[in-house]
Design a protein around this ligand. Structure first.
Ligand code: NAD
Ligand code: MG
Length: 358
């Protein structure tokens, strides 16, 4: 029996994870958490599972003795659970990319001390994790993250001036929570994923590429020095990476159909438009600057996306807010969680102040 603590159980990833857990006799739910909505019903349907709404989930984690923590909380709020699991050597199935983006150095150090396993749930990173398995990093030339390009692919900056919340929430290939859906429309999601990949795989930023691939069939590619490239392909369905992480290394079956190749499958790729979608460029810069710049990037983006969703900020102002914030933070590395939380709070304050209201 593998005991799973599912954090953010009421969300998009959380609900798909429940489906995987419930369909697998060897997986047992031992704890669930949610942000504001009650998760009592989920706990009631899983005898023995503890539930918690809001607050710091680490006390709950201490009490449950989970074998795997699936962190599907959205945003920086997931940081304590990420660090707790890594520090305690409990397998961390990580959907909550924001915690690794903001706290990458602390997380790596906790992983080293804890000696556990960190398995990405983000589809691109799960793909790359699988392409890399058992291979020497020396042989790797670069990692390639694929991006769908979101609902605004092909639009110019001018054409993005007036886009609405509804348009931003209409993602062409993935059905996800609101925050990540907006991030996909601005390409901040790919920016976060670039930094996430750096920390997960220990690869320098100039060896991580981003390419737009609208149909979301190729999830990730690893190029090797001999000219070979390994790609991970499949339908865009988060149950695959969730199941991979929860049943590692056995790769249990899922209801996701096999890829239909004979039906005619065309794959296309193009370069991302960094001018229309500056958040991808800004993420690379924040990542390369290091310290708490990625934390500030994430914090400002969270603040700006929330304001956009509330109708307080225009779409293009999300990137402008992040850029402006990054110019005003110190970026000093955080030596502890407290220092990281302080950097996050500082960036949020600056972002709120610098936001140009819609
Ligand atoms: P969501 O908004 O659908 O769900 C978020 C969950 O976190 C909910 O259960 C919510 O109650 C909980 N939550 C929110 N704020 C919280 C807080 N302050 N403290 C504790 N819990 C809180 O989001 P989602 O789409 O499921 O995404 C979750 C994470 O997975 C994000 O980091 C996202 O980037 C990542 N991710 C999602 C997908 C996807 O397909 N949805 C794909 C890849 C990565
Ligand atoms: Mg992804």
């Amino acid at each position: 029996m593998t005991r799973v603590a599912l954090l953010g159980a009421t969300g998009s990833i959380g609900r798909q994870a429940l489906e995987i857990i419930d369909s697998h006799p060897d997986l047992e739910l031992c704890a669930v958490t949610s942000g504001t909505r009650s998760c009592d019903e989920i706990a009631a349907a899983h005898p023995g599972a503890l539930a918690q709404v809001g607050g710091d989930p680490t006390t709950l984690l201490e009490a449950t003795g989970a074998d795997i923590v699936l962190n599907a909380i959205v945003g920086f709020a997931g940081i304590r659970a990420t660090l707790w699991a890594l520090e305690h050597g409990v397998t961390l199935a990580l959907a909550n990319k924001e915690s690794l983006v903001a706290g990458g150095a602390l997380a790596r150090a906790a992983l080293d001390r804890g000696g556990g396993r960190l398995i990405p749930v983000d589809s691109e990173h799960s793909a790359i994790y699988q392409c890399l398995e058992g291979r020497e990093l020396d042989a790797v030339e670069s990692l390639v993250l694929t991006a769908s390009g979101g609902p605004f692919r092909g639009r110019t900056r001018e054409e993005l001036l007036t886009v609405t919340v509804e348009e931003a929430l209409a993602h062409p290939t993935w059905a996800m929570g609101r925050k990540i859906t907006v991030d996909s429309a601005t390409l901040a999601n790919k920016g976060l994923e670039l930094i996430e990949a750096h920390w997960l795989f220990g690869v320098a930023y100039d060896h991580i590429e981003v390419v737009v691939h609208p149909m979301s069939i190729v999830h990730g590619i690893v190029r090797f020095r001999d000219g070979a490239a390994l790609a991970h392909v499949g339908y865009p369905d988060m149950r695959v990476p969730i199941s991979f992480a929860l049943t590692y290394p056995t790769r249990a079956g899922t209801p996701v159909p096999a890829l239909d190749l004979a039906g005619g499958l065309t794959l296309s790729f193009e370069a991302p438009d960094l001018e229309a979608f500056p958040l991808l460029r800004l993420a690379r810069e924040a990542g390369e600057s290091g310290g708490t710049y990625p934390c500030a990037y994430n914090a400002a983006n969270e603040v700006a996306v929330a304001a956009f969703l509330e109708g307080r900020l225009a779409f293009l102002e999300i990137a402008a807010t992040v850029e402006n914030t990054l110019e005003h933070v110190g970026g000093t590395p955080a030596a502890s969680l407290d220092e990281l939380v302080a950097a996050d709070e500082e960036a949020r304050r600056i972002a709120e102040r610098r936001m140009v209201a819609a």
